[in-house]
Each structure stands twice: as structure tokens, then as C-alpha cells.
Design a binder for this molecule. Structure first.
Ligand SMILES: [Zn+2]
Ligand SMILES: [Zn+2]
Length: 350
């Protein structure tokens, strides 16, 4: 076994604190990764506080992992020592079911093996995530980070990036398409950048105009405040695609009214309570309400390559791991532009 260290939540009510644990020695198809950076995703907080149920403790969160390969198993063919690599929200899947065979491992019929708070496919070993110094992952679930992207800014692409890229591609955001992104946070700011790079006309729908300058700098063509009732009159029936990144309660009917004929609103955030949708919100204009969850391995690599070729990554604030609990509180207050990334070199001083 390999000795690893990181930060873990001991229970759903405890702060994250230094934690030592074992990683397996690399098996034939495994890659050992020296973790350089890990993004802080809102779901890390939900999981560490067991807000969705089923969390496993002690838990080392983190599924926006960027690092460098330091060893490979005997049968590894895709990676070599020194490669810049990433690991996202899952580290394995059954590989046999229809979604897995279609490259949609995130929808594995058995459930993908989550990067943390999951159980390895041996049925007993808990997985531990990226707020740590190293991780061992089967090469089929490792991604290549393009050489021109800085590892710290690339880390959040592994969750935030693919969460937005996948629906934008699936619903064909591109030239001639009118796309709105609801919410300009960690997810939303990536939605603006990617939709813009895909060639779509991009509108940000945010509560206020406070981040308007940022939104336009990130690539938005238009920026509207949803606290202004005039916004919903002006934009009625105008979007082909709306990606909703907000998990706070909101009136979806109001937003559905902004869709053009055959328009789709895609949810990537998860509000805690069911939201009522009126039939007429969908019947009118033949609208769709849909959802999307991260992406499969193939599409995640495609997203990284796309970001590499457009020289596009996340806007980040780098912190030492000792500030992780403080960062959690700031994420909850949306006080970050736009993603916290932990510099794992700081673990050495812990
Ligand atoms: Zn995430
Ligand atoms: Zn499967």
C-alpha cells in the first residue's frame, strides 16, 4: 500500500482536517498520479455534509483533479511518467452495460464508481478524492490535460467544464443558436466561455447586473438581470437553449417562457425540492425541459481537447488546503470568482 495524506471530513458535521490513509499499489492497468491541484465543487460540500444522503465517512472530497503521472502499471499503454493528467467525478464503471458501451459511463446501469464517497468495484474499498497528495486510477478513467493549459486553471474543467460542455454539445449550441446561461458561478462562467467558443450567441441571466462586466469579458453577448421583470417581457420566446446552473429554488415556468419554438431548458443544478411545471409552459412552442449530468470519458477528453485548442480554462482563486473550510463558507455565499482550486503543495506544510 502507498501512504497518502489529505484532508477529510470525519463525520457530516465535522470540518475538514488532516488525514492519513492508504492508496493501493498500482495494478497492471493503473496510473499513479501526483496530485498538483484540486478544484472545490459545490457537490463536495453537499457530500461532506451528507446533504444528499448516503455519504461515506471518513471522506476525502475532490473530483476536479489535475496532476502528473509518477508511475504506471505494467500493462498501461496510454500514459507515461511525466504526463499531465486529470481525474473527474468517477474512477471506474461496470464497462458492460449499454451506457458504458456507448461511452456514457456517467449513466452506468450499476452506477459509476464515484471518485470519493464511493466503493471500488472490489465491493469493499472506499474511494477517496482529490484533496490529497496522490491517487491511483485505472488508465481507462484518466484524462489527458492539453500541454498549453495551466494545471490549476484546468482542474475545474474535470467537473464544471464537462457539466456545461456536454449539454451545450448535445443540444447543439453553435453559430446561429441563441443560448442563455442562468447563473454566473463556477458552472455558469464555464458555460459562457464554452458556448461562446462554440460560436453561439450567449446571454447571461443573473439575479443582478453585479457581474455584468465579468460576463461580457468571459464572452457573453448580452447580460440581463432576472430581478427586473422587464427582462422576461423583452426576452420572451427568444432562446433555442437555456442551461440552468442554479440550484436555488426558482420559478421554472417563467424561464421556460423565454424558449423559442422547439427550445430546451436543461438543468445541471439540483434544487433540493421538486419544482412545479405548468403543462402550458411546455405545450406552447413545443418546449422541452431536460437534465444533464457531467459527461462520459470520451466526451470529457473531447472537452479538454476543445478547451486546449481554444486556450480556455477556468477563472480561479488558488488557496492552500489549510483554508478549505473557509473556502466552503465562501462558496455557500457565492463569494468566489469563479472556482476555488487547492494547491496541493500546501499539504506538505500541514
Ligand atoms: Zn463536481
Ligand atoms: Zn456500466
Amino acid at each position: 500500500m502507498l501512504k497518502a495524506k489529505g484532508y477529510a471530513a470525519a463525520t457530516a458535521t465535522s470540518s475538514l482536517a488532516p488525514f492519513s490513509f492508504d492508496r493501493r499499489d498500482p495494478l497492471d492497468h493503473d496510473v499513479l498520479i501526483d496530485i498538483k491541484y484540486c478544484g472545490i465543487c459545490h457537490s463536495d460540500i453537499h457530500s461532506a455534509r451528507d446533504e444528499w444522503g448516503g455519504s461515506l465517512f471518513p471522506m476525502v472530497p475532490g473530483h476536479e483533479i489535475a496532476g502528473v503521472v509518477t508511475a504506471v502499471g505494467r500493462a498501461v499503454t496510454r500514459y507515461k511518467v511525466g504526463d499531465a493528467v486529470g481525474v473527474g467525478c468517477f474512477v471506474d464503471s461496470c464497462r458492460k452495460c449499454a451506457p458504458c458501451r456507448a461511452g456514457l459511463e456517467q449513466f452506468c446501469a450499476e452506477g459509476p464508481t464515484l471518485t470519493y464517497s464511493g466503493i471500488e468495484r472490489d465491493g469493499k474499498t472506499p474511494t477517496q478524492g482529490g484533496y490529497s497528495d496522490k491517487i491511483v486510477v485505472n488508465e481507462d478513467y484518466v484524462l489527458r490535460i492539453p500541454g498549453n493549459l495551466a494545471l490549476d486553471a484546468a482542474a475545474p474543467l474535470l467537473c464544471a467544464g464537462i457539466t456545461l460542455y456536454s449539454p451545450l454539445k448535445h443540444w447543439q449550441a453553435g453559430p446561429g443558436k441563441n443560448v442563455a446561461i442562468i447563473g454566473l458561478g463556477g458552472l455558469g462562467h464555464m458555460g459562457v466561455k464554452i458556448a461562446h467558443a462554440l460560436g453561439a450567441e450567449v446571454t447571461v441571466l443573473s439575479q443582478s447586473l453585479a457581474k455584468r462586466d465579468d460576463g461580457l469579458r468571459l464572452g457573453a453577448d448580452n447580460y440581463y438581470a432576472t430581478s427586473d421583470p422587464a427582462t422576461f417581457k423583452t426576452l420572451k420566446g427568444s432562446f433555442d437553449l437555456i442551461v440552468n446552473t442554479v440550484s436555488a429554488p426558482m420559478d421554472w415556468n417563467q424561464y421556460l417562457s423565454l424558449l423559442a419554438v422547439d427550445g430546451t431548458m436543461v438543468l445541471v443544478g439540483a434544487p433540493p425540492a421538486p419544482v412545479p411545471v405548468a403543462a402550458f409552459s411546455l405545450i406552447s412552442n413545443r418546449r422541452s425541459l431536460a437534465g444533464s449530468l457531467i459527461g462520459g470519458m470520451r466526451e470529457t477528453q473531447e472537452m479538454l481537447d476543445f478547451c486546449g485548442s481554444h486556450n480556455l480554462a477556468c477563472d480561479i482563486e488558488v488557496i492552500p488546503i489549510q483554508k478549505v473550510n473557509e473556502a466552503y463558507e465562501r462558496v455557500l455565499k457565492s463569494d468566489v470568482r469563479y472556482r476555488f482550486v487547492i494547491d496541493m503543495a500546501s499539504l506538505k506544510t500541514s
